[in-house]
Design a protein around this ligand. Structure first.
Ligand code: FAD
Ligand code: NAP
Length: 313
């Protein structure tokens, strides 16, 4: 049997939402415990330059998250390297079982588990994951020096990944299933002007091809969604950048969800369908999904929790 620790406020997740909730929760004297999960610092740790965090014209994502953690700790939050495997919201105090064996009990919970990369769900993609197929250019781009790579997706992440990969790759082919990108104008312009990036529109990846020994990618097969024509694009790596799905697994049978798995909160608040449980950041937000909006919701969640706890006496 592991330890049991009780806290007034348990924050699950260490992205901008979690750390901001921790700063506000600590300043409200709630002595929060924050559980970092498998990705300490959250999604921004897998990117490079962040240019839209107010106050920093440019900041490296991982650096920003180290500063957020230090800020939360300086205010008095306890940041714990652990992972919640089970959460029981059916009775109070709420109970969270963690990978370390510790059980956390809490009067109030802020859920800030964010989102995770989506995959194409092709058997060949699965086969070459980690051997030429990646969802993180920042992590794996370096391995593709002087080689050709393909990036699939048409959002901000795909465009940023493609631009970043031009630092290493000889050529970056972007494959998008429609005829226009959905990401921001500034990134669309940068992609269009980058001589190393070619875009193949209206196409989807239907297969990843490669060698068996050693396991490695040699090409992707594309199908034009309008004509049905197929073509092979030779490449050494495939970067999948087709968005993220909310990490709502822990609460999917306990809280009301909507829009494909996002935790539903009362409009203008972070209150979920269970009193005392609050949700913030990408876990609840299928529209904005930005660091600054997540941080804003983290603030709201801590304030909502503080008021709710005060109301409980
Ligand atoms: P996340 O950052 O997703 O963090 C979730 C946290 O929950 C993680 O720490 C994880 O370890 C933890 N967790 C999950 N499950 C558990 C569990 N069971 N137990 C404990 N912990 C758990 N936004 C911008 O504003 N500007 C940008 O330039 C920008 N660039 C981006 C680049 C990339 C490549 C990506 C993928 C996203 C980018 N975004 C950007 C979006 C931004 O990163 C997200 O909106 C933001 O990180 C969401 O914050 P969050 O706190 O909700 O969750
Ligand atoms: P996104 O905006 O949801 O874009 C996902 C892209 O992948 C879309 O173009 C989508 O096509 C495509 N796609 C989805 N499923 C697919 C599939 N099965 N096969 C092929 N293509 C598929 O996701 P994102 O780019 O990861 O961005 C997520 C959030 O983070 C956004 O809010 C974004 O603004 C934010 N972000 C911001 C920055 C920044 O501010 N600099 C950087 C990165 C991310 P369709 O267009 O046809 O739907």
């Amino acid at each position: 049997m592991g330890d049991t620790r009780h806290t007034k406020l348990l924050i699950i997740g260490s992205g901008p939402a979690g750390y901001t909730a921790a700063v506000y929760g600590a300043r409200a004297m709630l002595e929060p415990l924050l559980i970092q999960g498998l990705q300490p610092g959250g999604q921004l740790t897998i990117t490079t330059e962040v240019e839209n965090w107010p106050g920093d014209i440019e900041v490296q994502g991982p650096d920003l998250m180290v500063r957020m953690q230090a800020h939360a700790e300086a205010m008095g939050a306890e940041v714990i390297a652990d992972y919640i495997t089970r959460l029981d919201l059916s009775k109070r105090p709420f109970t969270a079982a963690a990978d370390s064996g510790t059980t956390y009990t809490a009067d109030a919970v802020v859920l800030a588990t964010g989102a995770q990369a989506k995959w194409l769900d092709l058997p060949s993609e699965q086969k070459f994951k980690g051997f030429g197929v990646s969802a993180c250019a920042t992590c794996d781009g370096f391995f593709y020096r002087g080689r050709d790579v393909v990036v699939v997706g048409g959002g901000n992440t795909a465009m940023e990944e493609a631009i970043f990969l031009t630092n290493f790759a000889s050529k970056v082919t972007m494959v998008h299933r429609r005829g226009e990108f959905r990401g921001e104008r500034i990134l669309r312009d940068r992609v269009a002007k980058n001589p190393k990036i070619q875009v193949i529109w209206d196409s989807e990846v239907i297969e990843v091809k490669g060698t068996e020994a050693p396991l490695g990618v040699t090409a992707v097969t594309l199908r034009n969604v309008q004509t049905g024509a197929t073509q092979d694009v030779p490449c050494a790596g495939l970067f999948v950048a087709i968005g993220h799905a909310p990490a709502s697994e822990l609460v999917k049978d306990q809280l009301e969800l909507h829009n494909g798995g996002y935790v539903k909160v009362e409009p203008g608040s972070t209150r979920t369908s269970i009193p005392g449980v609050f949700a913030a950041g990408d876990l609840t937000d299928h529209v904005y999904r930005q660091a600054v909006t997540s941080a804003g919701m983290g603030c709201m969640a801590a304030l909502d929790a503080e008021r709710w706890l005060a109301g409980q006496g």
